[in-house]
Write a protein that binds this ligand. Sequence first.
Ligand SMILES: Nc1ncnc2c1ncn2[C@@H]1O[C@H](COP(=O)(O)OP(=O)(O)O)[C@@H](O)[C@H]1O
Ligand SMILES: [Mg+2]
Length: 334
Amino acid sequence: MRPGLVLAVGPNGVGKTNLLEAIHVATQGFSPRTRTDAQLVRFGDAGARAAVTGRRGEVELELEVTVRPGEGKRARLNGAPLRTAEQLRTTVSTLVFTPDRLGVVKGAPAARRAYFDRVLARLFPARASLSVEYGAAIAQRNAALRRAAGGWSTREAIEPWSDRVVSLGAELVAGRLEAIATLEAGFAERAGELGLEAAVVRYEGEAPTREALDVALERDLERGTTSLGPHLDDVLLLAGDRDLRGFGSQGEQRLALLALLLAEAEAITERSGIPPLLLLDDVLSELDPSRRLILAERVRRAGQALITATDAAMLPAEADQLLEVTPGAIAEAA
Ligand SMILES: Nc1ncnc2c1ncn2[C@@H]1O[C@H](COP(=O)(O)OP(=O)(O)O)[C@@H](O)[C@H]1O
Ligand SMILES: [Mg+2]
C-alpha cells in the first residue's frame, strides 16, 4: 500500500472487507468485527496469518499475527514474539470505519463507553489500562457487596473497594473528559464540512464520591452491584440539541462516526507526530460527490488510508493507488 489514499475496488462479495479486516488484525492484533478469532480462519484451513511491513515515521516495522484455533493467537513485532497480540496497538494506531460500527452512535451507552475508552487509550497511552483497572475495582466491590449481603463478610470489607472505585473512577472520568475535549473542536469541524451541522460530543456523568457511594450502599447491597460511577456514564453525540442516538438518520449517524474518526486521526498525529492508518469500509456510498471529495482530501492529509468501494468512479478524485480486488487476489490497477 502506498502512502496517501488507497482505493480498493471490486464488486460485492469479492473480499474487500476481508482485506480491511486482515490489515486491522495485522496492525492491531484483533478484528474490528469479531472477538472470536477462529472466525478469522478461512473455511477449511487450519490457521490464518496476516503480516504487514511498513514504516512508522523513520522506523521500519514488520508486524505479523497468526491464529490457530485451539492454540490461540501469536504476534511478532520485527520478528520478536509479543506477550499478547493486542500489544501491537502500542506500536501502530489503526482507526476503522465500517457500517457495523454504527452501534457506537445508535447503540446502548456501553458501546460508546467502550469506544471512548479506546480513544482515551490511543490518545494517552500511559492511561490505556485505566478502564480495565476501574472495571476490576467495580467487580471487586460488587463481590464484596454480595459477601456482606450474604453474611459471609462485613460491611467494612467493602470500604477499600469503595475507595478504589472513587480514586480510579475520578481518573477515568478525567481521562474521558480530556479525550473528549481533545476531539470536540475537530469533531464539530469535520462533521460540519461533511454536512452534519452543529455536531457536539458531550460527556454525561461525573466522578463518583465516597459520600455518594455511602448513600447508595443499602441499595447496592440489595442489588449486589455498584449503582453509580463511570461504568454507567454515557457520551452524547448531538446535532444541535438533537440526540443522534435516537433522533439521527442513518446517514447522520454515519457522518458522526466518520467525523469522530477524522478528529481522532488529527489528534493522534498532533500528539505523537505519527498519523494513524485509516481503514474506511463502504464509506462513500452514502455521501454526495462534493462530500466524497472533502473526505478524500481530509484522509489524504491524515496520512495513509484504505477506502473500499464497489466502483472506482465513486471517488471523484484520483487515488494515490488503485487496487482491484478479485476473489483470492489483489492487483494494482494499471
Ligand atoms: N472464514 C471465511 N472463509 C472463507 N470465506 C469467507 C469467510 N468469511 C467470509 N467469507 C466469504 O468472503 C466473502 C465476503 O467477502 P467480503 O470481504 O465481505 O466482500 P466485500 O467486502 O468485497 O463485499 C463472502 O463470499 C463470504 O462468504
Ligand atoms: Mg464489504
